[in-house]
Design a protein around this ligand. Structure first.
Ligand SMILES: Nc1ncnc2c1ncn2[C@@H]1O[C@H](COP(=O)(O)OP(=O)(O)OP(=O)(O)O)[C@@H](O)[C@H]1O
Length: 510
C-alpha cells in the first residue's frame, strides 16, 4: 500500500440499492447537538468514505449441472438474489481520531472495514485514504501455518508494505508485545489459537502505520493481554499522528477510547458523531430486539397452547425458564427502556397460569454492568388473584439510581406444601423474557446503583487524639446540591424510596 494519498473511486453498477432516503450527512457528524464542533475536526481528513454501496449475490437455487442451469434459465429462475449490505455510507475520519463503529450483528460493519482496507471493492462510491493503513480485521489473513512465528512476522509486514530493514527495526517490539519470545522459531501451526491472535494483533499495532483498522480486538487474548491492549489504546489516543478505527460491540470501550463514533443498521448510518449518543442508540436497539424476541416467544407459546386444546397434542418446547404449567411469563418495558430517571420506570408482566390455589409474582432487579441482584421484591409480596392469561403493570422509582444497565427477572411461585413461610418456583422469565432498561442522566455517574443524592456520608470527629476533625474533611458536593430544591430531594421519603420499592399500579385482566 503506498504512503501517498490513494484514491479509489469506483463507478456505479446496476446492482446497487436504491438511493439513500434518510441518510446522515457527513457534516452532521462533526458537530454536537448544541452546535459545537468536536475537538480535532481541524486536523486533516485521513479517511473519506463517500456514498459507498456494497451488494452480495446470494445463491437461492442449486443448479447441479449445465442442464439444470439451462432448465432454470428457461423457467426464468435466476438462481440468486442480491443482498444489499451497505447502502450509501458516507463519513470522514480526521487524523488523530479514535473512531468507533458499532451496530448489531450483520449490519455491515466488517464489510465496511474490508472496503476501507481494500479487501473488497464497493459496487458504488469512493474511499480515500491518506497514509499507511494497517488492518487487523480477520484472523489468519497473511499468516501461514507452515512458517515459523518469525517468518510470519516478516511475511505479514511485507504484505503491509514494509521492507526487510523496516521490519528488522520493528521486530523486537512486536515479539515483546506478543510475549512470544521463546516461540518465534516454532511453526505457527504449533501455536495455540490465543498465541496466534496475540502475534497477529501485535504485528498490527506495532507496525508503524498511520491508520489502524481493528475489528473486535477487545475480545481477544486473556485478561492480562487485554489489559496491555487497554494500555496501548490509552497511549495511542494521545498521539495526534495516529488514527484508529475500531469496530466493537463493547460500549464501555466506545466511551473510554473513542473521540467520535457511528452506528450502522441495515447497511445505513443511523447515528454519527457523539459517542455517548451512538452507544446509547446501540444499547436501545439491542433492548428493542430483545423485547421483540420476547413478544414473539409469548405469541408462539400462546399458539402452541391453542393447538393443544383443539388437537390434544403435546406442547412443544418452551423458552428457557418456562414450562407447560406456566407457558407465558415475560417482563417488558412500557415505553422506552432508555430513561433519564426523572420518571419512574414502568414495566409489564404477562403471565398464563391456570392451576388452583394461591400464586405469587416475585421480581428481582439485576445490575447488568456491575453484576448481582440488587433488589428482590420478596417471594410473597405480590399475591395474584386472577388465573388465566393476564398482564400486570408496575412502576419502579429510579430517580435515585446512578447510570447503569439493569434487568428485571420475574418468577411465578406457589406456596410450599410443608413450610408456610416459603414458596416454590414454578417458572422464571429470563433471557428474552426478562426486561432490560438503561438509566442515563447527565447528572449521574457510572458508578453504583444508588446515586449520591440518595445516600451521603457525613464526616464526624474521630474522638481520638490524633484523629481528624470534621472540618478537616472538605466535602465537595456536586454543583446542583447548592440548589436548595435539589437538596430537598435528599429527604427521608426519597431515601426510603431509593432502592427499587416496586409499586403495582394497575391490574389489567384480559
Ligand atoms: N463475502 C460475502 N458474501 C456474501 N454475503 C456476505 C459476504 N460478506 C458479508 N456478507 C453478508 O453481509 C452482511 C453483513 O455482514 P458483516 O459481517 O459486514 O456484518 P457485521 O455488522 O460486521 O456483523 P457482526 O457484528 O456479526 O460481525 C451479512 O448478512 C453477511 O452474511
Amino acid at each position: 500500500m503506498s504512503e501517498e494519498k490513494m484514491k479509489n473511486s469506483m463507478s456505479s453498477t446496476s446492482a446497487s440499492a436504491s438511493a439513500q432516503e434518510d441518510s446522515v450527512s457527513v457534516e452532521s457528524g462533526e458537530y454536537r447537538s448544541n452546535g459545537e464542533r468536536f475537538p480535532g475536526m481541524d486536523a486533516p481528513v485521513v479517511l473519506d468514505v463517500h456514498d459507498v454501496y456494497k451488494d452480495f449475490k446470494l445463491p437461492t437455487e442449486q443448479a447441479t449441472g449445465l442442464k439444470q442451469a439451462v432448465i432454470n434459465w428457461t423457467k426464468g429462475i435466476r438462481g440468486y438474489r442480491w443482498q444489499h449490505v451497505l447502502r450509501g455510507i458516507s463519513f470522514q475520519v480526521h487524523q488523530g481520531e479514535f473512531f468507533g463503529i458499532v451496530g448489531r450483528n450483520g449490519g455491515g460493519k466488517s464489510t465496511l472495514l474490508k472496503i476501507i482496507s481494500q479487501i473488497y471493492y464497493p459496487n458504488k462510491g469512493s474511499v480515500s485514504v491518506s497514509g499507511k493503513l494497517v488492518p487487523f480485521i480477520e484472523l489468519g489473513v497473511g499468516f501461514n501455518p507452515e512458517l515459523t512465528g518469525r517468518e510470519n512476522v516478516y511475511l505479514n509486514c511485507a504484505l503491509l508494505g514494509f521492507d526487510h530493514e523496516q521490519t528488522d527495526a520493528m521486530y523486537d517490539d512486536i515479539v515483546e508485545f506478543a510475549e512470544l519470545g521463546d516461540f518465534m522459531d516454532q511453526k505457527l501451526k504449533n501455536y495455540s489459537s490465543g498465541m496466534q491472535v496475540r502475534l497477529a494483533f501485535s504485528v498490527a499495532i506495532k507496525a508503524q502505520g498511520d491508520i489502524l483498522v481493528l475489528d473486535e480486538v477487545l475480545a481477544v487474548g486473556d485478561e492480562a493481554f487485554q489489559r496491555k491492549c487497554d494500555d496501548f489504546f490509552t497511549q495511542i489516543r494521545k498521539d495526534p499522528t495516529k488514527t484508529v478505527i475500531l469496530v466493537t460491540h463493547d460500549m464501555g470501550a466506545v466511551k473510554r477510547y473513542c473521540t467520535r463514533a457511528m452506528m450502522i443498521e441495515d447497511g445505513k448510518i443511523v447515528a454519527y458523531g457523539d459517542k455517548e449518543t451512538v452507544a446509547d442508540r446501540y444499547t436501545l436497539s439491542n433492548l428493542e430486539a430483545e423485547r421483540k424476541k420476547g413478544e414473539k416467544q409469548a405469541r408462539k407459546a400462546a399458539q402452541a397452547l391453542a393447538q393443544k386444546d383443539e388437537q390434544g397434542k403435546a406442547v412443544p418446547v418452551f423458552p428457557n425458564g418456562l414450562n407447560a404449567r406456566v407457558p407465558i411469563l415475560r417482563t417488558y418495558p412500557i415505553g422506552s427502556p432508555l430513561i433519564d430517571g426523572t420518571q419512574p420506570f414502568r414495566f409489564g408482566v404477562e403471565y398464563q397460569f391456570d392451576e388452583p390455589g394461591d400464586f405469587y409474582i416475585a421480581i428481582a432487579l439485576h445490575d447488568m454492568s456491575r453484576g448481582g441482584i440488587t433488589y428482590d421484591s420478596g417471594s410473597k409480596t405480590f399475591r395474584i388473584t386472577k388465573k388465566g392469561h393476564h398482564r400486570l403493570e408496575f412502576e419502579l422509582p429510579v430517580d435515585q439510581f446512578n447510570d447503569g444497565e439493569f434487568s428485571l427477572f420475574t418468577s411465578l411461585r406457589v406456596p410450599n406444601a410443608s413450610d408456610p413461610g416459603a414458596t416454590d418456583l414454578v417458572a422464571v422469565a429470563i433471557d428474552a423474557n426478562s426486561c432490560s432498561f438503561v438509566v442515563r442522566n447527565p447528572r449521574n455517574r457510572q458508578y453504583a446503583l444508588l446515586s449520591d443524592r440518595a445516600l451521603q456520608f457525613v464526616p464526624v470527629t474521630s474522638g481520638e487524639e490524633d484523629g481528624l476533625q470534621a472540618q478537616d474533611v472538605i466535602v465537595n458536593k456536586p454543583a446542583e446540591w447548592k440548589n436548595p430544591q435539589s437538596q430537598q430531594r435528599v429527604d427521608e421519603a426519597q431515601r426510603q424510596n431509593a432502592l427499587g420499592s416496586l409499586k403495582q399500579i394497575t391490574y389489567d385482566a384480559q
